[in-house]
Design a protein around this ligand. Sequence first.
Ligand code: PLP
Length: 376
Amino acid sequence: MVYFDHNATSPLSVPAREAWLRASEEFVGNPSSPHRLGARAETALSSAREKLADILGCDPLDIVWTSGATESNNMVLHHLAAAAPDDAEVWISAIEHPCVLAPAQHYFGPRIRLIPATRSGVVELDWLKAQFQKKRSTLVAIMAANNETGVLQPWQDAVRLCNEYDVPFFCDAVQWIGKLPASGLGGADWLSGCAHKFGGPRGVGFLKCPRKGSVNPLILGGEQEDGRRSGTENVAGILAMIAALEEAESAISKGETKIRIQLQEQFETRLRKSSPDIEVIGDRAPRLWNTTAALMPQANCQQRWVVKLDKAGFAVSTGSACASGKEKPSHVLNAMGFTPEESSRMIRFSSGWETTDHDWQKLLDAIASVSKEMLS
Ligand code: PLP
């Protein structure tokens, strides 16, 4: 099976696996325990915190370990709901992941405003600037890169703008981290990430919280993480996450994304050549090197594409991992102005560091033969 669904989850990397095995054997104590084995585990966690903080550019003490980005994102909205005044509004990009939109809806209901996106899938900062002239929100949430389209968002400008207007900025950087340099992301007041999108294990993530701020915890009962998140830390998972991130950051710093960008460009050029009716979503905007979301020409065939490509040996997706398999049109494509019919034709191909030119070529061949089969 050739795997083109890395935006849903990525396979465990070799350094992550090794780090996990080593940590499971070396750090047997509970980091909260008072004996030396506990202290050793706590020291390993502190060192992991320092490494992550160094990569992101923030204070290690601002980092809280979580079970993944869904928890981290819920934590942000939960905290704000308790801390903000009753009439506080949250302004959230219309293309956020459901694990940001749903808790925002749960806690803030009618006090959410959606920041619009362009047809290319980029969040409109001009809208934000114009709104700031009239009013301030209690939070602005804009993701770093979209999981369905791969379109990169102007989070650096959003950090500056929110700082200028003194509005807390929250960035879900799940799809950016491990594919592009994470440096500077620590400038966001709140920042979430998870291991399994960049070669770490599932069920591990983090939340970077505002400097010096206290956090209303979502999970109570153990006082771990300075009272910000209860529950025994997943030491082996956390060390494996950092090992995976260090490997990805090293590849990025060596310029290894360049060849991946070329592979993506070649694939898209050949795809358009083979079927001029195919539209690559967000192709006018900067995108992740690993993501091509395409509107296939055949109508109402999203699931059939996934099933037929699966039979041909390729794992692809219809969009967000959570929404896949459900019939609802993508809220991301809707925000970009695509119709439900267009949305029903979207297939997402998301590669990984290990994907080769040969894999992309084989995928093209499979798309061509499935396409022929569907038309016949
Ligand atoms: N945010 C984005 C942008 C995602 O793509 C995902 C996963 O698909 C999540 C959050 C949720 O992450 P996790 O699986 O760690 O809960």
